[in-house]
Design a protein around this ligand. Structure first.
Ligand code: IPE
Ligand code: IPE
Ligand code: MG
Length: 239
């Protein structure tokens, strides 16, 4: 007799590291006749539940792309609004997240962000540094090319010898130092591109694109992405 496995049971292998390009906040708001910032607020509210569910699914690293080095091109009030929403999220959730054993990391440049936000991010990273649960990285003011250039600058500053440079050493200079490469990248919001996310770390990632807008991205959508990942055969150039 055929056993009807539930969707969760069919997920036979879970990615260690999931990256999410959270997109579609603005369109979510516009479709409701609301200002774009309301979409960013709704998107921010969805971060906690999705990350908690991924943690429950045994994912060990979650990296969320929330503000790119290119997003500075947006109108100043939207940029300021996004900063203020993130500030509120960190300040209100930090203690609870820390108690859950989550380790927070920041990927990107702090420089350029408002000083208060820099202080909140630094505090969150320091307060959770010894936690051993899920590693939750926030890619904020992040660009994959900037990350590589920042690494090159540090390598040159430290006068590393050319013959000592290899992939392993180079990775130590990236924002993601010590983290495994991203196994699965999920992009919400219907666009089929990477938009400067995890350039170095995504060379062998699997991709999952969905039209669902980020504020609507649910546990069922997570299951679908994990199920899709689970059905793939990764070869890394081998057979
Ligand atoms: C993603 O939503 C959040 C950021 C990039 C900051 P968008 O604001 O890009 O939403 P759309 O793509 O305009 O719908
Ligand atoms: C990608 O979304 C960046 C983040 C999710 C932070 P964008 O909305 O900025 O991407 P493009 O401009 O459509 O490529
Ligand atoms: Mg967008």
């Amino acid at each position: 007799m055929a056993v009807d496995l539930s969707r969760e049971d069919k997920i036979t292998h879970v990615p260690t590291h999931v990256g999410i390009i959270l997109d579609g906040n603005g369109r979510w708001a516009q479709r409701r006749g609301l200002p774009r910032l309301r979409g960013h607020e709704a998107g921010a509210k969805n971060i906690g539940p999705v990350v908690a569910y991924l943690e429950q699914c045994q994912v060990k690293y979650v990296t969320l792309y929330a503000f790119s080095t290119e997003n500075w091109k947006r109108p100043e009030d939207e940029v300021r609004g996004i900063f203020s929403i993130l500030q509120k999220v960190i300040d209100s959730r930090l203690d609870e997240v820390c108690q859950r054993g989550v380790r927070l990391r920041h990927l990107g440049r702090l420089q350029g962000l408002p000083e208060r936000l820099q202080a909140s991010i630094t505090k969150a990273v320091e307060q959770t540094a010894d936690n051993t649960g899920l590693t939750f990285s926030l890619a904020f003011n992040y660009g994959g090319r900037t990350e590589i250039l920042d690494a090159v600058r540090r390598i040159m500053t430290e006068a590393v010898k050319p013959q000592d440079i290899n992939e392993e050493l180079f990775h130590k200079y990236l924002y993601t130092s010590g983290m495994p490469d991203v196994d699965l990248i999920i992009r919400t919001g219907a666009e089929l591109r990477i938009s400067n996310f995890l350039t170095w770390q995504s060379v062998y990632s699997e991709f999952y694109f969905t039209e669902v807008l980020w504020p609507d991205f649910s546990r069922d959508d997570v299951d679908e992405a994990l199920l899709s990942y689970s059905s793939r055969q990764r070869r890394f150039g081998g057979l």
